[in-house]
Design a protein around this ligand. Structure first.
Ligand code: PLP
Length: 412
């Protein structure tokens, strides 16, 4: 049966194995092995130099991990998918593939905490500059780009500010200048957002979140759409002459990911494969609950404001709607009167868990300023627009009534 005619769930569930399993196992087995045996020296040589697709060593490829990658590749239509052992491993591998001393990255201050620190501290120490600007202002973005810009990096909905950049405007600029767009799409999974259609060249996902679902494991994905002309990349220019649009994948798979050694493990790939099978169903359910819950909280007196781009009065509503559909993810924030009011609210919760992480099956609440951003100075937090009055909710699979009741009693 032609796989591409199937819907999202059909394709995910019925992606064939790349190699048939010896026992006709219905689920892709967990291949817990570090290395692979060969019958002859010739076959061994062919595998090691990439002339055959056989596995050699599980830091480089592994059948269980490869099956997870294949499923994502099949559903996204990407040129290549690389599974790493966390979202941060995906971000660091993706950026190191592109950046070299003297490069700069144009991005926003509205970033996941460790991503910000990776740019501002880790990459800076290797002579890679990060230029923070307002990604919702295309003119400002253009003004920050020069011949050494190796990427525009963005999160499609920032966390916890919930800011949305105009992807059409950004990709038009990026295309004209010849700079790739690297986007972290963790907030809206590929069952609801087709990154390739919006001009994204390299998509990054923390699969710890929606894909794992039950918060079973950490994982990250680098999805290369093969839609960028790497001749304009200072670092990949030479490779692009030989490999064309595959230059990025060649650099990543043949050098960077092997050398950094952060490949996903087979046990984790097994769990993430299971999560993938229910992704679109869980997404539908939790985003519907998120929409209902945020609408109801708008009317609660102690809640000063509610931030969710699915709300009609939200300043990013129309843009969010056009890019991500009617239900833009299962995370929203709201503001209370003070930091003390936030702490009191969190301490009174009975059902909702006080925890970091996003898109667990259980609903989670956190005060971002004192936790995820707790190690930043107050000045940096101000620059990042992380307020002391904000609570972030990641909506899970409970009934909306149960969640609303818990929030209401905790606000008393
Ligand atoms: C969680 C998260 C990350 C980091 O992913 P890990 O799997 O925790 O390493 C990166 N970006 C966003 C938007 C995230 O939510």
């Amino acid at each position: 049966m032609d796989n591409h005619k199937l819907s999202f769930n059909g394709q995910i569930l019925h992606t064939p194995y790349p190699f048939s399993d010896a026992y006709n196992s219905l689920s892709m087995p967990v291949y817990l092995t570090a290395a692979y045996e060969f019958d002859t020296a010739e076959e061994m040589e062919a595998a090691f130099i990439g002339k055959s697709a056989n596995h050699t060593y599980s830091r480089i490829t592994n059948p269980t991990v490869q099956y997870f990658e294949n499923r994502v590749q099949n559903i996204t239509g990407a040129l290549s998918v690389t599974a790493l052992n966390s979202g941060m491993a995906a971000i660091s591998n993706a950026i190191i593939t592109l950046a070299q001393t003297g490069s700069n990255i144009v991005t926003s201050r509205h970033l996941f905490g460790n991503t910000y620190s990776f740019f501002a501290n880790t990459m800076a120490s290797f002579g890679v500059e990060t230029r923070f600007c307002d990604l919702t202002n295309p003119y400002e973005v253009e003004a920050h780009i020069d011949a050494n810009t190796c990427a525009i990096f963005l999160e499609i909905i920032t966390n916890p500010q919930l800011e949305v950049a105009d992807l059409k405007a950004l990709s038009a600029i990026a295309k004209q200048i010849g700079v790739p767009i690297v986007a972290d799409t963790t907030i809206i999974p590929f069952c609801a957002f087709k990154a390739k259609d919006w001009g994204i060249n390299i998509e990054i996902v923390s699969s710890t979140k929606y894909i794992s679902g039950g918060a079973t494991s950490l994982g990250g994905l680098i999805i290369d759409y093969g839609n960028f002309n790497w001749l304009s990349s200072p670092k990949l220019h030479t490779l692009a002459k030989e490999f064309g649009p595959a230059a990025y994948t060649v650099k990543l798979r043949k050098e960077i990911h092997r050398n950094l050694g952060a490949y996903m493990t087979p046990q984790v790939a097994y769990m993430q494969n299971l999560g993938l099978e229910t992704l679109s169903i869980r997404y539908e359910r939790s985003t519907k609950t998120c929409q209902q819950l945020s609408e109801r909280l708008v009317k609660v007196p102690k809640v000063e404001s509610v931030n969710y781009t699915g709300l009609p009065f939200n300043s990013f509503h129309a843009l969010s709607n056009s890019q991500f559909g009617e239900r833009p993810g299962a995370m929203f924030t709201f503001n209370l009167a003070s930091r003390e009011a936030c702490f009191s609210f969190l301490n009174k919760l009975k059902l909702i868990k006080r925890a970091t992480n996003l898109f667990d099956n259980k609903t989670l609440a956190i005060h971002p300023a004192s936790t995820i951003f707790g190690n930043f100075t107050e000045a940096v937090r101000r620059d990042m627009h992380v307020s002391d009055k904000t609570i972030r909710i990641s909506v899970g699979l409970e009934e909306v009534e149960d969640l609303f009741r818990d929030i209401n009693q905790a606000l008393l």
